[in-house]
Write a protein that binds this ligand. Structure first.
Ligand SMILES: Nc1ncnc2c1ncn2[C@@H]1O[C@H](COP(=O)(O)OP(=O)(O)OP(=O)(O)O)[C@@H](O)[C@H]1O
Ligand SMILES: [Mg+2]
Length: 393
């Protein structure tokens, strides 16, 4: 799950947009949760707009401080009057930030806000708040059919098996997606049922929503409607991923090759983003665009890992050429082996247990690094300068 969860309290849509942008560009993974769902799951951070009605805002800060003792509360006011700073601090605010309506907009708030955020992260370090533990791994495809679902599903099974910790795979696709199909399970409920019933989410309801695969992995299937999850569902999905992070140690998200608000949630929520590409021109060109987009969304390069799937001797582009094109190291390569992939999927037995192929060995290496990151060998090097490749970029 995201490193921090945040609530923004304001009646000004412009303020919400600006603060969301500040949070998203901080380089941290921050999940923005809806205040009405936040009561049950205390956020790490609340940003309260004090500019138009300071007394209402002070009441809100007091209420929040009582309900969420460990949360950081940022009061944003139109000026830095000592009297108001004192009242905000007495009500329970940890940080007081001045944002004048006549100033130079967001830039004015930028530095103070990010410094305050750093202090919040220090306060919210794991160990201090034991409620947070889940790791979210989002798998994206540079284009359709590159093997995103294959890599996400097999990794999830292996992570569950190796870690022996609660692990969930979430399919963000519409119309059931393919995760459930790949694993040979029939879901009774889907992601859409989960987001439509966030208000009644507890451990018992969650058990109903997911299907348990024989490996022990839980599955939350893709939506069963043609148009859902749609863009308007993005905030609820963000909220759901926050909640799931409190029940699962590992959440693997199959975000596929789609773009838009739902996919963006998978970026915001991810501790690590895996971008799956094949060694072909279209894949590499799209991967290049997606790495840029991830960066715009606040995901620094150290949160993004490139996975090359379906490598063979006949590949169009070599890994070195791909690395210099993307300005990003290739984290892992998976060989092309259709027989192994399809027989593992058809039998429902984890790929790494079915045989001793090179593909199985790569999955083993890949997932061991996730489960035991301190043993990681392939730590990302600083990105190199991008080279122009075939004049495409
Ligand atoms: N390493 C591999 N070697 C051989 N075949 C593979 C490999 N990885 C995936 N495949 C095959 O490629 C096809 C597409 O895989 P998959 O459905 O995982 O792709 P996807 O990126 O999720 O596609 P979509 O965009 O439709 O969701 C499947 O038939 C799968 O068995
Ligand atoms: Mg897929």
């Amino acid at each position: 799950m995201a490193q921090l969860s945040a609530v923004i309290t304001t009646s000004d849509a412009g303020f919400r947009t600006s603060v969301t942008k500040l949070l998203r560009t901080s380089g941290l993974s921050i999940g923005i949760v809806d205040e009405k769902h936040a009561g049950a799951t205390a956020p790490d951070l609340a940003v309260v707009d004090m500019r138009s009605s300071p007394s209402t805002a002070l009441d809100a800060i007091e209420r929040m401080r009582a309900s969420w003792p460990a949360a950081s509360i940022f009061a944003v006011a139109s000026s830095a009057e000592p009297d108001q700073i004192l009242r905000a601090m007495r009500a329970g605010a940890n940080e007081y930030l001045a944002w004048s309506p006549h100033g130079d907009g967001l830039a004015e708030l930028d530095e103070a806000f990010h410094t305050a955020l750093k202090r919040t992260v220090e306060r919210a370090r794991p160990g201090k708040d034991s409620a947070r533990s889940g790791v979210t791994l989002s798998f994206f495809g540079a284009k359709g059919g590159v093997g995103t679902t294959t890599l996400a599903v097999n990794s999830a099974i292996e992570i569950s098996r190796l870690s022996k910790r609660p692990t969930l795979v979430v399919d963000l696709h519409q119309y059931l997606g393919e995760v459930a199909l790949f694993l040979g399970v029939r879901p009774r409920f889907t992601l859409v049922d989960a987001i439509d019933n966030l208000h009644r989410m507890d451990a018992e309801f969650l058990r109903e929503l997911v299907v348990r695969h024989k490996s022990g992995l839980d599955i939350l299937a893709g939506g069963d409607q043609v148009d859902r999850p749609g863009p308007h569902d993005a905030p609820a999905i963000e909220q759901l991923l926050q909640m799931l992070g409190r029940s699962y140690d590992y959440i693997v998200v199959d975000a596929g090759a789609v773009t838009g608000p739902v996919a963006e949630v998978a970026v915001f929520a991810a501790n690590t983003i895996y971008l799956v590409a094949n060694p072909d021109i279209a894949s590499v060109r799209n991967a290049h665009r997606m790495v840029d987009r991830f960066e715009q969304l606040g995901a620094n390069k150290d949160r993004v890992r490139i996975l090359l799937n379906r490598m063979s001797d006949q590949h169009q582009i070599g890994p070195k050429q791909i690395e210099s094109t993307l300005g990003h190291n290739v984290h892992m390569m998976f060989p092309s082996d259709y027989g192994v992939v399809s027989s593992a999927m058809n039998s429902g037995v984890p790929l790494t247990l079915t045989n001793h192929s090179e593909l199985a060995a790569q999955f083993d290496r890949f997932t061991r690094q996730i489960v035991n990151p301190t043993a990681e060998v392939a730590s990302p090097e600083p990105a190199r300068e991008r080279a122009s490749f075939l004049g495409l970029f």
